[in-house]
Design a protein around this ligand. Structure first.
Ligand code: PLP
Length: 477
């Protein structure tokens, strides 16, 4: 593709993206594709000869777009936000244009030094204590796996890395709450702890980890000859954004010499708000911490910020020095390939730098406050309607609720069926997309607010669609 052709189609794509982001609500938010429906329209083999860009882009519109669920739609209220933004896209575009592999300092000094700088900025924004050093990972799952590997190695005097798993002694145990994210269990499997050695700690009435139960679990394990190794606390659980009490958990972890990792994948962003900084109270006791700018800090996927208080442990676990990667400058510089699993690394710091500079601290705070305000407003509508029930506290942007008609005394099974039907009906409308979870075994709907373009009108529309659904109205009729 020569420069002229690149410019022509490049401008066309930028025009299209700009228009798309302004009007993403023209599309049904949840894709209506049936399984196999997209695949069936794609060529079975790659083309023998090159095809014109016009044809490729035409197929993007005709075939690919109908199979897209629109995460940037202002009424995408499912799972968690994954909001992109103009500055982020431009940073991503330039990064793609440069095509840099940021594996070593030498392979692009600016990529490494920008990453060190923006991670320092983020640490400042979140009020992380001195000593936390940051590295960008692809996802929180990877960051948590890195933390688990560090915990494992510290607990075995770097023995598993060196000798493999054939060691004596009791099983290494990992603790997270019953509301902890599945990435902890997955990471524990991958890191060789074994699924059975992930201990589920009870939660309190607000779905936050109960530190007293953590203490009990650890003591029980010690008595049984196990080796407690790592605690993963969650700030903003996936189901309901419950906030684990970091101070008390850190105290228990510290007393037993456990690695203390904090998973704040979604909610960490909210710590940039002075009035919400309390969510990280106690983080000074943590050994590592992760949050995802790709969730709620307007930086497109992927961009996960991982901070570790012991970069020496991190690099002892991950550094490996084949001759072909050595450079004379190694003693003076950071080589981020030694800070995680991958060798090759994308230049993600660029888009994050663009976002942090374009919006500024005040701009980012304003956006987050607006989302939290909308969630609080939605919560009041739920509370005011006697046929709906609030299912968990709302510290941030996510409201868990369900339809539970007043005076009906329906069984949990019937409520699950009714709310499942309600969710499917409103999602089929194409106008909103919400998802569900279970809290304490009870089925509930989730409204997660965090899109850049979501307004009060969108949230009000969601509530109206729910209230006017045939499930709700049919019950009354
Ligand atoms: N941890 C929590 C609390 C989450 O809510 C999520 C995402 O849903 C994750 C981890 C996983 O994030 P990622 O997709 O970046 O691995």
């Amino acid at each position: 593709m020569d420069a002229r052709e690149f410019k022509r189609f490049g401008y066309e794509c930028i025009d299209w993206i700009a228009d798309y982001l302004e009007h993403a609500d023209r599309y049904p938010v949840l894709s209506r594709a049936a399984p196999g429906g997209i695949r069936g329209r794609l060529a079975e083999e790659s083309p023998e000869r090159g095809e014109p860009m016009e044809d490729i882009l035409a197929d993007f519109h005709d075939i690919v777009l109908p199979g897209i669920t629109h995460w940037q739609h202002p009424r995408f209220f499912a799972y968690f936000p994954a909001t992109t933004s103009g500055p982020s896209i431009l940073g991503e575009l330039l990064s793609a244009g440069l095509g840099v592999n940021a594996m070593l300092w030498q392979t692009s000094p600016a990529a490494t030094e920008l990453e060190e700088t923006v991670m320092g900025w983020l640490a400042g924004l979140l009020g992380l204590p001195e000593g936390f050093k940051g590295v960008i990972q692809d996802t929180a799952s990877t960051a948590t796996l890195c933390a688990l590997l560090c915990a494992r190695e510290r607990a075995t005097d770097f023995g598993v890395n060196e000798n493999g798993f054939l060691q004596g002694g009791g099983a290494l145990r990992v603790y997270t709450s019953t509301e902890g994210h599945s990435s902890v269990a997955k990471g524990a499997r991958i890191a060789g702890f074994g699924a059975r050695n992930v201990v589920s700690v009870n939660v309190d009435g607000s779905y936050a980890m109960d530190p007293a139960d953590l203490k009990r679990c650890i003591e029980r394990d010690l008595a049984a000859g196990h080796r407690p190794c790592c605690v993963v606390a969650t700030v903003g659980t996936t189901s309901s954004t419950a906030i684990d009490p970091l101070g008390m958990i850190g105290e228990v972890a510290g007393r037993h010499g456990l690695w203390f990792h904090v998973d704040a994948a979604l909610a960490g962003s909210a710590a940039i708000l002075p009035e919400k900084r309390w969510i990280l109270d106690g983080v000074e006791r943590a050994d590592s911490f992760v949050f995802n700018p790709h969730k709620w800090l307007f930086t497109n996927f992927d961009c996960s910020a991982f901070f570790c208080r012991h970069p020496d442990i991190l690099t002892s676990v991950f550094a490996i020095q084949p001759e072909y990667l050595r450079t004379d400058l190694d003693p003076q510089v950071v080589n981020f390939r030694d800070w995680g699993i991958q060798l090759g690394r994308r230049f993600r710091a660029l888009k994050l730098w663009f976002v942090l500079r374009y919006y500024g601290r005040d701009g980012l705070r304003e956006l987050l406050r607006a989302h939290i305000g909308l969630a609080e407003e939605f919560l009041t509508w739920v509370e005011r309607n006697p046929d709906f029930e609030l299912m968990a506290p709302v510290p941030l942007n996510t409201v868990c609720f369900r339809f539970n008609p007043e005076g009906s005394s329906l069984s949990e099974e019937r409520l699950e069926e009714l709310n499942g039907n309600l969710m499917n009906e409103v999602n089929a409308s194409g106008r909103i997309f919400i998802t569900h979870t279970k809290l304490g075994g009870r089925f509930c709907l989730r409204m997660s607010i965090g899109q850049l373009r979501t307004t009060k009108r969108d949230v009000a529309e969601a509530w109206e669609i729910l209230e006017k659904s045939t499930v709700v109205q049919g019950w009354k009729g």
